[in-house]
Every structure is written in C-alpha cells, then in structure tokens.
Write a protein of this length. Structure first.
Length: 351
C-alpha cells in the first residue's frame, strides 16, 4: 500500500517502540523497497533525533536484473544519501524463490505431488548474480538472498564461489536467509565461502498444518530435516537468527532461545497429544543461541568492533531480563520478562 513519507515515519516510530519493548537494540531490514519512501522517512527521523533503534537495511534488487552493476551503483548512491548512525544501508536483497508451502520454494528435486515441477526460480541467471555479487563487493556491500529451497541455496552458493574467484574476497559475508532445506554439501560450502546462514528457530517446530503440507509436497524424510542450525555451527559458519517479522507474526528473543534448544513450540500452543518437536539433532546450546542473536549478527554487519557484546569501547546497548538465559530451566526462559532495554547507555524502555 503506497504511503507518504509522513505516514512512513509514523509507522517506523510505532515499530521502533514495539521492537525496543521486545528487547531489540538493532535490527536488519531485509527488504527496503525503492517503490516506498522508507529510506527518506528514516533519514528525516534521524535528522529529527527520533531514532533509537539501529536499522541495517538491504535494498531489493529486481529478479534477474538487466544491469546488475547499475543496480549496485544505485544502492551505493542511496547509501551515500541516506545512511547515518541509526539507519544504514549495508547491502542488496535478492529473492531466489518463494516458499515450499505454496509450491514456490526452489527445490533440487520435483515436488512429490507435482511431477516435473521443482518450484519457482526467481533470480536464476548465474552470470547476472555473479556480476551482482562482484559489483557489491567492490562497493563494500553484501548480498542478502531469500533462499528457502535446497535448489535456491545450491544455485546461490555456486554464484558466490564463482564471484569469490573474481574478487578473492572470502569475507564479503553474503547472507542466505530461511534455509528450510539444505544439503549436507551446501552446509559445508556455506562455511567455506564465508557465507552467513540466517535461520529462524521460531520456524523449527512441527506446526501441524505447515508440516503436513511439507510431508505431502517433499516427503516425510526431508520434512523432518527442515531448518538445520547445529550443522551450520559445526561446519564453522557464522550463524544468525531471524524472525521474518512482520511476514511471520512471532518476533521474540526468548522464544528463539527456547525453540533453538527444544526444536518445539512452547507447551500449550497446540493440543497436549501433538508432539511439535522436529529435527532435535539440530538443537543448539544456549550460548550458541545468544551468539546467534548478538555478536554473530554484529559480524554479519561488519560491526563486531562496535556492537554485539558487552565490552569496553563498544556501544552500551543491552537488554536486561528477569531470567538467566544460560542457566535457568528452559521452561522459565520461555516465560522471561524484559526489565529494561538500554541503547547508547540510555534506558529507552522500562517494564
């Protein structure tokens, strides 16, 4: 829905209040769209001194962009015009596929219920993607890819490998987000190429409707292996968590930690006789979860020197809970309450 700059500013401030009250001090904006005035709205709010939440944005690139170098030049120009301390453009966003539940996730094999069809290939031009990644690297930008199906991820890693042969840069920190289904080979390639897996523990549980569709579309064996997390850690990748809010309605730090360990939804979300655990072999430790929500995210943004951990010389950005995430019972973690959110040493939210 088209909005004016003033409307966008109102929405951004409402989102900021919501995010800070949920314990966030910085967020990734995975889809800044040139058709809408978000960048201008953020810029004006920063000039007015109203921003507290730091936002790191990726600008959407058209599918199979006709001129990838020109698209990256435009992103770089936007960065020069709009970026400041609280709103910063850090990369380009590409959409490789859709979602498996709509038969639009790009799979390596055909959908079981639609032989001869393996999903939607959105940005599927290898040479153009390599050109895009290479041009982004020259500008100090990364590429953030929406990649749900194992076919999409395989394609993107092929492109990243070929781009790295040109640039010699193994530290561009390109991001592949969602990663519902990934081959063992590509999990290893993710780490080898320095690519960042952005996964959502909030999606790891076995939600009845979605899970049943996955079983029908790709088979139970594959459906039961959805959303690997531990394997990425084991391979040495810089794992980060995401929520996909507001596309996905849940945006919650404590539930991310809970579901990353249990691979299940909290008790009481579904009927007592329905087991929501899935792929428990991919459960991770509390410390790994905290890293995936803090310092690993800072590394993804090339900001580990400034944010992501409580250290002398870094920004005093932190959130205080009434729970010890590392040592309390995991059921208590799921019920944790925020006491305060602190940004730049200032208490910006108090319960």
């Amino acid at each position: 829905v088209p909005v004016s700059v003033e409307e966008a500013k109102t929405y951004i401030l409402a989102w900021q209040d919501f995010a800070i009250s949920n314990g966030l001090t910085a967020t990734a904006f995975a889809g800044d769209d040139l058709r809408f005035p978000e960048a201008e709205a953020y810029c004006q709010l920063e000039q007015e001194g109203k921003l507290k939440l730091r936002t790191y944005a990726n600008v959407i690139i058209p599918d199979n962009a006709e001129n990838p170098k020109a698209e990256i030049a435009n992103v770089a120009a936007m960065r020069a015009k709009y970026s400041d301390e609280y709103y910063t453009i850090i990369g380009a966003k590409v959409l490789l596929d859709g979602v498996v539940e709509a038969h639009t996730g790009w799979m390596l094999d055909d959908y079981l219920d639609q032989p001869g069809y393996h999903g939607v290939e959105r940005f599927n031009d290898h040479d153009k993607m390599v050109e895009l990644i290479t041009a982004a690297d020259a500008e100090g930008l990364s590429v953030h890819a929406h990649s749900v199906g194992n076919g999409a991820t395989h394609f993107m890693l092929d492109c990243i490998e070929d781009a790295e042969k040109i640039t010699g840069d193994l530290d561009q920190r390109n991001i592949l987000a969602h990663l519902q289904f990934v081959t063992d080979e590509d999990i290893k390639r993710m780490a080898k190429t320095g690519s960042v897996p952005a996964v959502a523990p909030l999606w790891s549980g076995k939600e009845p409707n979605g899970y049943n569709m996955e079983v029908t579309y790709v088979g139970k064996e594959l459906a039961d292996k959805a959303y690997p997390i531990k394997s990425f850690f084991d391979a040495g990748a810089n794992v980060v968590f995401h929520s996909d809010y507001p596309v996905s309605p849940i945006m919650n730090v404590k539930l991310s930690i809970y579901m990353a360990e249990t691979r299940a939804f909290p008790k009481g979300w579904f009927s007592d006789d329905y087991d929501t655990r899935r792929n428990i072999e991919e459960a991770v430790t509390r410390e790994q979860s905290l890293r995936a929500l803090t310092i690993n995210v800072a590394r993804q943004w090339h900001l580990e020197h400034l944010i992501g951990s409580i250290e002398f010389g870094k920004l005093a950005n932190m959130t205080v809970y009434d729970c010890d995430f590392l040592h309390d019972d995991i059921e208590k973690v799921a019920q944790a309450n925020i006491i305060a959110t602190i940004v730049d040493g200032e208490e910006v939210y108090k319960a």
